[in-house]
Design a protein around this ligand. Structure first.
Ligand SMILES: [Zn+2]
Length: 267
């Protein structure tokens, strides 16, 4: 049955490609043109900076209001493709908005879960890279993960996942957070040229989902207003959800509101 279904889908795809060559061609050629422009503008540049907060990266909401932006990464890959159902279901039950940065790899590993939550009004889906690579013009690494090696690879890493998310949700992401949050300033300029903002964080909420419940609580409790908090939704075995569940009600009592990134300008 599975094989037959696969064949049917493949046949349909081929028919679709044959029957609409103009549509396929215009999309692809537009992507190639955009890539050529980016290559000619940036290919000769040599990066000077490397880190989570290089020039042009956004780390805060630009407001004096008592708000916090919870952002959750879904990184993908062999050890990062889990799904913290307790966490996301808690946010939904408490009507807490959040921004989810999702990689192409994670989407491929969790298609049904992605479909379920990407259409939910509490959440906005943003770009965490096609292959979850640090965003480097010269192949620098972070946390043992090798980054993109060229301007062309930066383009592919950024744009392929943006187009994938757009195809699946109907919305093109506005924000890009590189895998590991590490990038150079050329990455930031390319993102800006393509119409995206690179978003890092001001509060490390779970340190790659390695924090204990107590550490998660402390990080959240001490977060100043307008913080962008980085946490993870792909490690169900972590204590991230427990720390969050024990802290958010208290923060609400203190007058904090939880918002999506897109509700404010960023700085
Ligand atoms: Zn990640």
């Amino acid at each position: 049955m599975k094989g037959d279904k696969g064949k049917t889908i493949l046949t349909l795809l081929i028919l679709l490609m044959i029957s609409s060559p103009l549509v396929m061609d215009s999309g692809q050629s537009q992507e190639i043109q955009t890539k050529e422009k980016i290559l000619s503008r940036f290919a000769d540049r040599v990066p000077k900076e490397w880190g989570e907060r290089v020039k042009g990266v956004k780390t805060r909401l630009n407001t004096d209001q008592k708000v916090l932006a919870l952002t959750f990464d879904a990184c993908g890959g062999p050890r990062g493709s889990g799904y913290d159902a307790m966490l996301i279901q808690y946010l939904e039950s408490e009507k807490i908005s959040a921004t989810l940065f999702i990689s192409g790899k994670w989407i491929d590993a969790n298609p049904e879960i992605f479909k379920k939550w990407s259409g939910h009004p509490l959440f906005e889906i943003e770009n965490h890279g096609f292959n979850h690579k640090p965003c480097s013009a010269v192949g620098r690494s972070a946390y043992g993960i090798v980054g993109t090696k060229s301007v062309g690879e930066i383009f592919n890493e950024m744009e392929r996942n943006a187009l994938k998310i757009q195809m699946l949700t109907g919305h093109k992401p506005k924000y890009y957070r590189p895998g590991t949050s590490y990038c150079d300033e050329i990455c930031v300029e390319i993102a800006n040229a393509l119409g995206y903002e690179v978003v890092s964080f001001s509060v490390r909420g779970d340190a790659g989902a390695t924090y204990s419940k107590k550490q998660v609580k402390e990080a959240l409790w001490n977060a100043p207003a307008s913080s962008i908090i980085l946490m993870h939704m792909n490690y169900p075995e972590s204590e991230t959800a427990e720390g969050l569940i024990e802290t958010l009600p208290e923060l609400k009592k203190r007058g904090f509101r939880f918002v999506k990134l897109s509700e404010f300008a960023l700085r």
